[in-house]
Write a protein that binds this ligand. Structure first.
Ligand code: ADP
Ligand code: MG
Ligand code: ZN
Length: 419
């Protein structure tokens, strides 16, 4: 429970600075924990509203808050957005002339800045840490916190240094945020950044309007064609593992009268741009693609994502099916599953990954995909469980719709014995 004056400040700033009349799911719990001084890790998907989870407590606490971010572009985006809202935010980074950084630092030292964005290596210099220790600090936020974990896919050495923060500023609230951390990565973050103890909040991963389904892969060319033709004139994405399969599949669909376009890294940039633009502009195009397609694509009415080959991890699968149904309308994720595909993926890992550690990480990520495909319980529960979020009642996946028949083995054995 927060002190009444903090509670009042928090509510006023939410409305007056950010212009929001309420929290999104999951935000309030994080904000309150941070304000209570609890070491906190927040895991929410992209777009869920993680920034507010540290910006609101920072402004409520007052003083100077430090935000760690791995990329200059991310820092500049956040700072610009905050400035538009009238918040004194700045970034000091190597992409700016030295004079600019010096001028910003003067304002920081004069107490004129509320949020200061820094790269980890810039924060963790003795000079910076000493200078900051003379200022009234509100909180320290570590954005993109998965970068501290070797289990993640974007480990950054500079992030490891941040583990010293809790000892350097023991009285300053520390909050970490990420969109991409499975349970193992979360554990790693808690260990490395917080020294083993932190509250972990996971929310917002469920996409209830997406029906999750699967079928055994037998004759993929025929299965893809019949799936796509059963959903005529709506935007859809078919994912395939290789350029060659993308080309084959697109050709077969076109021959069957479907408006399908290929997308993979082997096409020229002009072709890729043209196919992407057509997909965005027209409704009714089926994009047949490798993983190269999808990042930053914002088409709200994609009605299905068909995986004709299983992705290499449950995280990749989640990202890819998330491109369906952004408008909240009923949509589908469908996967053609085959043990042979998994064996192929295992071989890739063995051949392509150089270090034993990377092999282990990738093998473990693939195992999560297998576990999901072979689940006999609700798929949504397995998928959300991977991120550490508990699923609400689903009813909207193939397992929930047709629960596997439980075989009573003892009865069968008894019958057999009687014969
Ligand atoms: P994330 O960092 O989790 O990807 P952001 O913090 O960038 O997401 O927020 C995504 C969008 O959601 C932003 O446009 C932000 O203004 C908006 N947003 C965040 N919290 C709320 C809220 N409580 N009410 C309405 N919009 C919100
Ligand atoms: Mg963010
Ligand atoms: Zn289910």
């Amino acid at each position: 429970v927060l002190a009444p004056e903090i509670e009042a400040r928090k509510t006023a700033i939410l409305a007056e600075v950010f212009g929001f009349d309420r929290f999104r799911p999951g935000q309030q719990e994080v904000v309150d924990a941070v304000l209570a001084g609890v070491p906190t890790l927040a895991v929410m998907p992209t777009g869920a509203g993680k920034s507010l989870c540290y910006q609101l407590p920072a402004l409520t606490l007052g003083g100077l808050s430090i935000v760690i971010s791995p990329l200059i572009a991310l820092m500049d985006d956040q700072v610009n957005a905050l400035k538009l809202q009238g918040v004194a935010a700045e970034a000091i980074h190597s992409g700016k002339p030295r004079e600019d950084n010096v001028a910003i630092w003067r304002r920081v030292a004069a107490g004129e800045v509320r949020l200061l964005y820094l790269a980890p290596e810039r924060l963790m210099t003795d000079r910076m840490l000493q200078a900051l220790s003379r200022l009234p600090l509100g909180l320290v936020a570590v954005d993109e916190a998965h970068c501290i974990s070797q289990w993640g896919h974007s480990f950054r050495n500079e992030y490891l240094q941040l583990g010293r923060l809790r000892e350097i500023f023991p009285a300053v609230p520390l909050v970490a945020l990420t969109a991409t951390a499975d349970k193992a990565t979360q554990g790693d973050i808690v260990e490395r950044l917080f020294g083993g103890t932190a509250r972990v909040f996971v929310s917002g991963f469920d996409r209830p309007n997406i029906f999750i389904g699967m079928e055994e892969k037998k004759d993929p060319a025929r299965q893809i064609e019949s799936y796509v033709k059963a959903r005529p004139r709506v935007p859809g994405i078919v994912y395939r593992i290789s350029r060659k399969k993308v080309e084959e599949t697109a050709e077969r669909l076109v021959a069957a009268g479907v408006r399908a376009l290929p997308y993979h890294a082997g096409l020229t940039p002009e072709q890729r741009a043209a196919h992407q633009e057509a997909f965005l502009a027209e409704d009714g195009i089926v994009m047949v693609a490798t993983v190269a397609f999808g990042m930053g694509i914002d088409k709200s009415n994609v009605r299905y994502v068909l995986h004709a080959d299983a992705p290499g991890s449950l995280e990749a699968y989640y990202q890819e099916i998330g491109r369906a149904g952004r408008d909240g309308q009923p949509s589908e994720a469908h996967l053609l599953y085959s043990g042979g595909d998994i064996a192929t993926r295992r071989r890739f890992i063995d051949e392509e990954q150089s270090s034993p550690e990377r092999k282990l990480v990738e093998a473990r990520r693939l195992d999560s995909m297998v576990g999901f495909c072979e689940a006999v319980t609700c798929r949504r529960a397995v998928l959300l469980g991977y991120f550490g979020e508990r699923a609400k009642a689903c009813g909207h996946c193939d397992v929930c719709r047709d629960p596997p028949k439980v075989i009573d083995a003892s009865r069968q054995a008894a019958l057999a014995l009687r014969l």
